[in-house]
Write a protein that binds this ligand. Sequence first.
Ligand SMILES: NC(=O)c1ccc[n+]([C@@H]2O[C@H](COP(=O)([O-])OP(=O)(O)OC[C@H]3O[C@@H](n4cnc5c(N)ncnc54)[C@H](O)[C@@H]3O)[C@@H](O)[C@H]2O)c1
Length: 393
Amino acid sequence: MQRLNVALIGQGFMGRTHSNAWSQVGKFFDVPVRPVMHTLFGQEAENPRAFADNWGWRNASTDWQAVVTSPEIDLVDIATPNFMHMRPALEAIAAGKPCSCEKPLAGALDDARAMAQAARSAGVKTFVWFNYRRCPAVALAHRLVKEGRLGAIRHVRAVYLQDWADESVPLAWRFEKEWAGSGAHGDLNAHLVDMTRFVTGDEITEVAGAIAETFIKRRKRMTGVVAGGITEGLQSTDEQGDVTVDDTVLFLARFAGGAVASYEAARQATGNQNGNRFELNGTKGSLRFNFERMNELEFYDATLPRAVQGWTNLMCTHGADHPYVAHWWPDAHLIGYEHGFVNEAYDICRVLAGQEPVVPIPDFEDAYQTQRVLEAALISAQQGRPVKIDEVK
Ligand SMILES: NC(=O)c1ccc[n+]([C@@H]2O[C@H](COP(=O)([O-])OP(=O)(O)OC[C@H]3O[C@@H](n4cnc5c(N)ncnc54)[C@H](O)[C@@H]3O)[C@@H](O)[C@H]2O)c1
């Protein structure tokens, strides 16, 4: 079988989820190309050799350019902060290599556009790790909408609420525009915009009424290098620095098909630890998803006699009827966060082998459309006006 030598750029939180995905995918899925965990890039202070040994990477490097351009590498997988996506991606594409990149596609719209254009003109296959598409419940929601089970969609209601960012959290890259581009917006609304575009199969044409707020405007500066989760291992000095991104962004939107939508991303929504949720209301039915109960999808079938209409809780991890699930455990033996990434690694292998993915996988072009919506919301927040997506190129 053809081998796929993967290079991973970054060894933080996403470095771990991607390492796990590449190590698991060939064990659970009948992959059409065999991923080889060839080389890990990490910063010297993070001890990439130890990370590589722990996760099963053959080689470790502190020189990302050498890794990305190495003739031995077949796929460049980027898991660094948002402003560190474009450079390795462009170098990989220039070297003719397929590239998978974490979300949001970039910290700035200009970067995202350059990445999409480069991939288009080079004809290189690209992928973005919008992993929630590959939760079986979200993939099922996509299928139900496509089958027409909801009829015409009227309302889309999406929130991604977290509560980890109190005053004790130092000025990590996620709080600096230079590194992140935006705060909760690019981090969390990016997922919501991608998921709702995917599930509805429709495009957002306009945003309006956006509000952005930064509650904590200064934070203690960090020391050292981080490699772990979102707040784990962060150490601070007594010196303070400015927070240059939002803590929360809310906005309204219209879809081409006529639906209206609301989006809300927050990092200080106390009591919501990872509240990634959406609800769709259509003329024939409705759907609700809540990542904190990710194995389930709620469905309301309004075509049933009124007397028996009600919300039904679908367990989305039983057997061959549900996307990806047959590859995992027996009926209703639940799956978790990491499985979405393994499912995505499988779809990347399928696309690279010339096969269709189980559900559509966003490439740089697709993720650029999400980035345009995010940018439109920021313009709406700054200028206090509705913004058509066509204005944002
Ligand atoms: N798909 C998801 O659900 C999800 C979840 C979290 C983060 N992300 C995305 O993944 C990316 C990385 O986030 P993370 O949480 O893993 O961050 P992290 O801080 O945990 O890890 C970032 C990694 O990049 C390295 N790095 C930092 N600055 C660098 C530089 N200048 N040059 C080279 N390497 C550098 C760090 O050393 C570390 O290895 C971001 O784009 C983020 O938005 C996606």
